[in-house]
Write a protein of this length. Structure first.
Length: 142
């Protein structure tokens, strides 16, 4: 009887092990994987904005519009300005193919005078993963 009990226990252990392997494999296959095929492409309507003449001390802003002209989701990972006087704001949510988004840029002219050119470097998962936006202003004394 002891041999029979041993074989039954062994058969039960092997069956449970095999069942757990199948369930694990089925669980992995049942998950929906994100589509990683395709390429995002960020296309700006215009990468430059000229404020013209502004008074020193003013805060002026503009909005750069872009479209994802690729065939995969676009995610902006960073937008950094060349100077602390320029602040970019952007949405961190993915932009689907064909959809549009915006980057707002605010320029504080305090302490500035004359022709000012500032840049914002936009980083993303797009094929063109680095894009430089430029703002220009002629800052006049009050």
């Amino acid at each position: 009887m002891r041999k029979e009990t041993y074989f039954i226990a062994l058969a039960l252990a092997v069956t449970l092990f095999a069942a757990s392997c199948r369930q694990s494999a089925r669980g992995e296959a049942g998950k929906i994987q994100p589509d990683t095929t395709g390429t995002a492409i960020i296309t700006f309507q215009t990468p430059e904005h000229n404020f013209g003449k502004v008074k020193t001390g003013e805060k002026v802003g503009c909005i750069f519009s872009y479209t994802n002209t690729g065939d995969a989701d676009l995610v902006i990972t960073a937008a950094s300005a060349s100077c602390g006087c320029t602040v970019p704001k952007y949405d961190k949510k993915p932009v689907t193919p064909g959809a549009s988004g915006t980057i707002e840029v605010v320029f504080d002219t305090s302490g500035r005078e004359g022709l000012q050119t500032k840049t914002v470097v936009v980083q993303s998962n797009a094929e063109n993963n680095l894009v430089i936006l430029r703002i220009i202003a002629e800052v006049e004394k009050n």
